[in-house]
Design a protein around this ligand. Structure first.
Ligand code: ZN
Length: 190
């Protein structure tokens, strides 16, 4: 974690790229009188504080705000147990002929893929980029990986089942849009 202090307030479009994962940026704003805000932008946490806040107050407040953001994110992230429940529900609803169930679902830092499935041991991994995704996009990826428990490739049987997902086009558009934004804004993966 690195702390950068007293950098000028940047226009939002210059702050979009994820840049360094986990970086904390503290912005001193002359426009702010008392209020303090913190939010996640790409891989960074941006904390905006009043320009006149003392260094001592800043040192006390910044870790508090970081903890708050991380706690909020953790509470919004579906647990792995709840992902298994969601997959079960999706399969019961849209693919009752599939009896396979995952043995585990884990969040994984993956930038090249949205999910992966190992059918021999029934394990599924989901990209942590989906932690903040709308339900329909996360469910779509879960459903996709669940079908792989039976069908290895994206053949006709696979796509016939996947197309039963009610918001397939919308979910695909979300994922494509996310990737397009990522490709446009992020530095290439190392
Ligand atoms: Zn696939």
């Amino acid at each position: 974690m690195s702390l950068r202090f007293a950098i000028p307030e940047l226009p939002p479009e210059e702050m979009l790229p994820g840049m360094t994962e986990g970086e904390i940026i503290v912005v001193r704003s002359a426009r702010r009188k008392k209020s303090i805000s913190a939010y996640r932008q790409g891989g960074q946490i941006v904390i905006s504080i009043p320009a006149r806040l003392s260094k001592a107050d800043e040192r006390a407040i910044v870790p508090e705000m970081i903890a708050k953001i991380r706690a909020q994110e953790a509470s919004k992230t579906p647990s792995e147990a709840s992902l298994i429940a969601r997959i079960t529900q999706l399969l019961e609803l849209h693919a009752p002929e599939l009896s396979e169930r995952p043995t585990s679902i884990t969040w994984r830092a993956m930038r090249e893929r949205w999910g992966s499935c190992t059918s021999v041991d029934g394990t599924i991994r989901i990209s942590d980029r989906l932690k903040s995704a709308p339900d329909y996009a996360l469910d779509y990826v879960l459903f996709h990986e669940a079908i792989h428990l039976r069908f290895f490739d994206h053949g006709a049987q696979f796509t016939a089942i996947l197309s039963r997902f009610p918001q397939e086009e919308r979910a695909q558009a979300y994922l494509d849009g996310y990737e397009a934004a990522e490709n446009a804004l992020l530095p290439p993966a190392l």
